[in-house]
Design a protein around this ligand. Structure first.
Ligand SMILES: O=C(O)CCC(=O)C(=O)O
Length: 423
């Protein structure tokens, strides 16, 4: 049967997402980024698609490693109310701390990773794959096969569920920074409970999806980007809404709040970051010129049309692998699920965490000391080399409604209760 004409489609079947996704994903022609919103230039001006919003000044001291909130910029998309981008509010060099956490500590057992379905992975992928300053970036390296790791409530990608018996401690430092960021938007009781760390290589993509498994869908989803840049698409509640493309660069934070919390979103393209921006982020080098050597843009809203022919990872054919967040399409084998009990012991292997972070525990007061220690005393070279071909995204969610914990109210958390009973 012929595909229905667009006009005949009920709204729920219309797909205006896929075409835009494919436009940015395809590698057989130069990439046209003229429509992609770029918040990175210091002259970025709100236009007909974007408005600047104000943030609340937190009543607590400035968060370690971040600029004062009065110096942050925050933008909302006019056609996607509640989708907010805060371009890089980190003080130069301090992204290193978070990147090190993402690579060294967050994929450590008992947190689950994509590797677990296929092998008994070493507890510490980073240490397994890094020899001195040299990370193994070969295609067979476990580091390059690492695609995701889960934090806190361990998400089950295949069934889109959280299980009450698969809960690990959520890292305190990440919890503190998310609470701080959420408070700038008036979410004073935000509680980070689950996190997904996504590791992208230059050819990786992430298909359009919504994040609907959390029981509290009113709390924001908070997302951090590190390393290489990407084109991010944000759509609406169904695929009928044409998504808006925007760049996310190292240090950028975006929040999906309110109506945008359940919007379709995707990452069709990873792109090389601006070398000057990355150097500033990781080494604190002075930015060249006022706008980081990037294309100058003034506030007269003249459209700048740019065609980019990226060579990195571009084979001329469409080689990108889509990460379908809900099924493991990379292997054609049926996925095997390793159930990790929360009391699983990992004591046989020595776990080397970021030297000054004892497991996941730390107070905000300790963080500045920890961060400075990491920045001063860790060889950044292997991280820099890994990031030269990778983007890391940390995506944090509150799962339970405020004030509840698992087991407190079967009516409010029926799904978790049901899964608990399967034990
Ligand atoms: O990589 C990103 O920026 C988005 C990741 C994402 O959408 C997810 O993990 O659900």
């Amino acid at each position: 049967m012929a595909a229905p004409e667009k006009e005949d489609c009920p709204i729920s079947e219309l797909d205006n997402f896929k075409g835009v996704y494919k436009k940015y994903k395809r590698r057989d022609r130069p990439l046209d980024v003229s429509d992609v919103i770029d918040f990175s230039t210091s002259h970025f001006c709100p236009d007909q698609r974007v408005e600047k919003i104000s943030l609340n000044e937190p009543m607590i001291p400035q968060f370690p490693g971040m600029k004062p909130v009065s110096e942050w910029n925050a933008y909302q998309l006019k056609n996607c109310e509640g989708f907010i981008v805060i371009p890089n509010p980190f003080i130069p060099k301090y992204q290193r701390y978070w990147i090190q956490r993402c690579l060294l500590d967050f994929p450590v057992k008992p947190n689950r990773t994509n590797l677990d379905a296929h092998m008994e992975r070493p507890s510490q992928v980073w240490h397994q794959c890094v020899d001195g300053s040299r990370p193994d970036l070969g295609k067979d390296s476990l580091l390059m096969k690492l695609r995701w790791a889960t934090l806190g409530f361990q998400y089950e990608w295949n069934t889109k569920e959280y299980f009450a018996d698969r809960i690990q401690a959520f890292p305190d430092d990440l919890k503190h920074i998310c609470s701080y960021i959420a408070s700038t938007l008036g979410y004073s009781s935000y509680s980070s409970e689950a996190g997904i760390v996504n590791y992208y290589r230059m050819e990786s993509t992430l298909m359009g999806h919504t994040d609907v498994s959390e029981l509290d869908k009113a709390a924001p989803l908070i997302s951090f980007s590190f390393g290489q840049s990407c084109i991010f698409l944000i759509g609406g509640p169904t695929k009928a809404t044409e998504p808006i493309p925007l760049f996310l660069n190292s240090g950028d934070i975006c929040l999906m709040t309110g109506h945008a919390r359940l919007s379709y979103h995707a990452v069709p393209r990873i792109l090389p970051g601006q070398p000057k921006h990355l150097s500033h982020c990781f080494y604190g080098d002075e930015l060249g010129g006022e706008n980081c050597g990037e294309e100058s843009k003034t506030c007269d809203n003249n459209e700048v049309s740019t065609e980019i022919n990226y060579s990195e990872g571009d084979s001329g054919t469409d080689v990108a692998e889509d990460i379908d967040p809900y099924s493991d399409t990379r292997s054609h084998k049926p996925p095997m699920i390793n159930v990790i009990k929360s009391d699983e012991s990992v004591s046989e292997e020595t776990i080397i965490v970021t030297p000054t972070v004892q497991g996941n525990k730390c107070t905000v007061e300790e963080l500045e000391v920890l961060m400075n220690d990491v920045i001063e005393n860790t060889d950044w070279t292997p991280f820099d080399k890994y990031l030269s071909k990778s983007r890391v995204n940390v995506n944090v969610r509150q799962v339970l409604k405020a004030g509840l914990s698992l087991g407190m109210s079967p009516e409010t958390i029926p799904q978790c209760q049901r899964n608990c009973a399967k034990k």
